[in-house]
Structures are given as C-alpha cells and as structure tokens.
Design a protein. Structure first.
Lengths: 208, 356
C-alpha cells in the first residue's frame, strides 16, 4: 500500500520519522493510543469512517494530556468507545498498553497519535510483541518537543525544546542530532563542547 | 575464555606486535606499504564503489578474505577492554542467533583455510573443535547449540575477529541492522543504531542521500549472493592511533583533536581506513558486514611518495561538509600545510598501489 507521507516540518535528513493522517481500517479490535492534540487526529479519523459505530464498539482508547497542557480527554471520552482510559502521563499510560497487548490477536489495528515521544514509546511496545509494522498507523500532532537520549550517559531527557541543551542526568551540553532510533523511541544527543570545553553556542528554541 | 594470558612477544616468531591503542599509544605499522591506501585518484566524493572481494596481491591487506595482521592480538586485547567497560557495544536481537552461527562458521572455516599455522577447525558432524593459537584458545562445541560456548556465537567469534561487524536481517525490501559489535568505530553507536533499517542508520551522512548513493547501494546489496562477497573503502581521520572512537566516549577522546601542533602532526595525525566487506550468509539469509579499521600516521604515509602527493590533494579539495562530517574540519588547514611539503605537484598514477 502506497501512503502519502506528510512531514511534520521539513525534515533535514532522510530518516526523520514522517507521519501520515490516520485512516480507518477494518479490524476486530482497534487500539487507539494518543496524547496532546492527537485527540483531534483520532476524532478526524473516525469522522472519515463509514462504520464509525462498529469501530468504536471494538475500540480501546488510551489517552494522556500533552507536555504543554493540551488536554483532549473530554473529546475522546465523549466518543463512547468500548473502553476508555485517561492517564496523567506517558509513563503512566504504557503499562496499560502492555497489558492490553498481552491479550491482543493478529488483525488488530493500532492508531497512534500525538507527540513523537508518545508515538515512539507506544510503537516500541507494540513492535516488541511482534505485530507487523504495517498494522501500526502514526500521526504526529501538537507539540514537537523531543525525547533525547544522551549517547554518553544513556539518560533520556524528555520534552527537549532547545538545541543545544543540558543533559538532565550527566549535565553535558548536548546538541540534538537528527538521528532517531525507534528502538529507543528517542533522538540522539551528542556533547557539543568535547573538543573545546565551555565553548557552547547559544541555545535556540527548535522544538515547541 | 579470557584474554588475561601473558603476552609473549617472541611467540610466533615475534609476528604479533605488543602495542596499545590507548594511553601510551605504541601502535605503529612495521611496513606502511601494507596499508590499504583508499584513494585511487587525486580527489574524493562518495560513491557506491563496490567490487568483488576476491583475494588480491600477496603481502597486502587483500591477500586473504580476512586479513590477520601484526595487530591482531593487540586489537583483541583492546576489544576485551572496551567490552568490559561497556557491554552494550555488542548486541544481537533475539532473532539473529542463527546469523551469528553463520558468521562464526564463515570466519572459522576461512581462517583455518588461510592461516593453518594459527587456526584450525576440525568437525565430526556437529561436534566442532576450534583452535586459535595466537589468542591461546581451544574450544570443543556443538555447532548450533548455544549452551556449548562461553558466549553467544556472534560475541564468541567477534572476540577473536578484527574489525567491527554488523549483521543485517533481510526483510520488507530493506536491510535491518539487528546485530552488531563496535569497538573500533568511527563515531557511530551500536546501542543507538541496532534495530534500524538501511536508510535510518545512514541518515546522518551528508550529501550521499541526495546523490542517490544509498538507494543504489541498497539495491545492489539486496542482490548479494552467498559465496560472492563484495568490498568497498571508507575513511576518516583520527588523532592518535585510537581504535575506539565511539560517540559514547567522545568527551574522553574529543579533546585529543585539539592537541595537534605543526610539530606533532606527522606523528599524531592518522588516516583511518575502513576496508568494508559484505557476505551473504547461507542459513539466515542475513548479510554480514565487516568494517575493518586500519590506521596509518601521516609520517608513515608520506614514506610512499605517490600517497603523499595524493593525500595532500584529497584533503585540500574535500567539500567542507564532508570534512565536517568526518570530524577533521578544525585540523584541516594544519594537515594541508603539513602535507604540502610532500607534494611537488607531479602527476600521480591511477589506482591506489604505490609506484614500485
């Protein structure tokens, strides 16, 4: 199946994840995981469905608000899905997803929408169960704050807005490399002043 | 298996050098003309540049499928140190075990054939007996039975094999780097990249995507046949003969780049060559990718007049994006200045071999 890919902003390199709009697809179970403005992507997807009530009858919706406070809980709860769960944060949401995956059969459709951090971490859990790549749809919406792994101390810093930034674990000054690992669900952060300690360019806000 | 054996420099006729790639940096080449100089012309740009990996000239790095040279023992000691400090440098996703066995078989059979004085492999059905004399290893095991080796098969053979390796699973029309070891890498992270597909792990490379290099290389590699390995060169620059230039430890080795002076450049600045070879594996259908690192100081390179002239021209004329990506933009002016003394402007002959 050829899908039209829509970059979230002009990707500077080939491997930046690119995302298409969610499309309704036939399936017995619809696992819908969203955060932030991803709630709108979910309602728009359902708006396109001919069998909207059928999808909702087989839907498990998991949602948490975004890093900048966007909260679409009411919108999604009002859909009347078979199961709805609202978590306060992504780490609080993931154990529920893992539990649901344990009982999920082939033929399930996965819909991930919202921040790259949510999409990446949910996708990682789904792929770990062996579900085919093709059964997972992803649509980026809302905040573009990045989840970044420090390549030196391996610590993850969530919601990175500026480049360079200080690793929240080891304190090194890191620049955000446009290099993304689905296994880590993170971009790579590399020390920017290793060769000339203290020579750090001024931080600019690159992700919002 | 451990590498805490006493190294005796007189063993094997003194062939294997007792040398270091850290702290004291005693690494050197006894014969620089053996170095696989990577430039076959006076300029450089990315290309797919693949050729059949067939045995080449005697006395060069191309004589055998796997070049076991004077640095073998020292490199394996260095690898054991890196793995002790950071075990994440060697990773294999669960479905890659069979590809690990394929790789072990390829290396053991090839080395036993090409270097019978150092390695031997005897088989009684699936009962195999492996002897690695330079490293003092003797191992009986059952092929395809993981419980009979002290490490998983990929790690076991990698601890006895020069070069960084990755194993690519072939599925969905692309290659997935689902296993790998890197202790002599040019600034890429196995831990970060394992599980990526071909386009993803090459993402940070500038200019080459736009030139279609990776599309063509992938098409070519997907057709790679068992028994017909291919090879290509890659290269970069390293200050000090440092095998392990991992991003993980960049804060430790990065500052060395700032230690170059006109006086020490010839001795400290090394051309780092990757002789890359690729093998289709018979059972797993995976592709094994060997990235073999060779280091040669500028001082040693300029002992070959053709290489001296050519290296000067390549470094001088390289597009700045590439010099930046390869991490030597800061020292390029000093390198060009130093090398210019060895370039009289005379024409060079085609190909990479020294003029005899």
């Amino acid at each position: 199946m050829k899908v039209e890919l829509t970059p979230i902003d002009a990707p500077s390199i080939k491997s930046r994840p690119v995302y298409a709009a969610l499309e309704p697809r036939p399936g017995k179970l619809h696992v819908i995981v969203a955060d932030d403005a991803g709630a709108d992507a979910v309602t728009e997807m359902l708006g396109k469905a001919n069998d909207r009530s059928e999808i909702l009858a087989g839907a498990h919706v998991m949602y948490c608000p975004g890093p900048t406070g966007t909260d679409g809980t009411a919108k999604l709860e009002a859909l009347g899905a078979a199961q709805f769960f609202r978590a306060p944060t992504i780490p609080a949401l993931l154990p529920r997803l893992v539990r649901v995956l344990a009982d999920t059969h082939m033929g399930t459709q996965f819909y991930l929408a919202g921040t790259e951090s949510l999409i990446g971490q949910a996708e990682r859990e789904i792929m770990a169960t062996g579900f085919p790549f093709a059964s997972i749809q992803k649509e980026q919406r809302g905040s573009t704050l990045r989840r970044v792994q420090c390549v030196h101390c391996k610590g993850i810093t969530e919601n990175v807005a500026t480049d360079p930034f200080k690793c929240s674990h080891c304190g090194l000054n890191l620049f955000v490399r446009d290099h993304y690992s689905r296994r880590m669900a993170a971009f790579q952060g590399v020390n920017i002043d290793a060769e000339d300690p203290g020579l750090v360019p001024e931080s600019v806000v690159r992700f919002k | 298996m451990s590498l805490d054996f006493k190294f005796a420099p007189d063993d094997f006729g003194g062939f294997f050098r007792d040398e270091t790639f850290r702290e004291t940096f005693t690494y050197t080449n006894s014969n620089p003309r053996r170095f696989p100089f990577p430039f076959d012309r006076d300029d450089y740009m990315y290309s797919v540049n693949m050729e059949p990996h067939t045995p080449g000239r005697k006395g060069t790095a191309f004589e055998h499928t796997f070049d076991v040279d004077e640095h073998y023992v020292a490199e394996m000691i260095d690898r054991a140190k890196v793995l002790a400090e950071d075990p994440l440098r060697c990773q294999s996703l669960p479905h890659m075990t069979l590809a690990g066995w394929d790789t072990l078989e390829l290396i053991m059979e090839t080395k036993a054939r090409d270097y019978p004085q150092w390695f031997s492999l005897t088989k009684d059905g699936n009962r195999w007996h492996w002897v690695n004399r330079p490293l003092g290893i003797e191992q009986s095991f059952t092929f395809l039975d993981e419980s009979t080796l002290p490490y998983p098969p990929f790690e076991y053979i990698m601890r006895q094999t020069q070069g960084d390796w990755t194993l690519q699973d072939d599925r969905d029309g692309t290659l997935w780097m689902d296993a790998g070891i890197a202790t002599s890498q040019a600034d890429w992270s196995v831990d970060f990249d394992v599980g990526m597909n071909f386009m993803e792990w090459h993402a940070p490379v500038p200019l080459a995507h736009e030139k279609g290099v990776f599309d063509r290389a992938l098409k070519f590699l997907l057709k790679l046949q068992h028994g017909s390995p291919v090879r290509r060169f890659n290269w970069t620059m390293t200050v000090n003969p440092l095998l392990d230039t991992a991003p993980e430890t960049y804060p430790k080795w990065g500052p060395m780049k700032a230690s170059i002076t006109p006086e020490n450049l010839g001795q400290k600045q090394h051309l780092r060559v990757e002789l890359q070879s690729l093998y289709r594996l018979p059972r797993s259908n995976a592709i094994a990718f060997d990235i073999r690192c060779y280091l040669c100081s500028f001082e040693q390179i300029v002992t070959v007049p053709k290489w001296a002239r050519r290296l000067h021209r390549v470094v001088r004329d390289l597009p700045p994006e590439l010099a930046t990506y390869k991490g030597f933009i800061r020292n390029r002016p000093a390198m060009v200045e130093w090398l210019s003394k060895y370039d009289d402007g005379a024409p060079t002959s085609p190909g990479w071999w020294p003029d005899d």
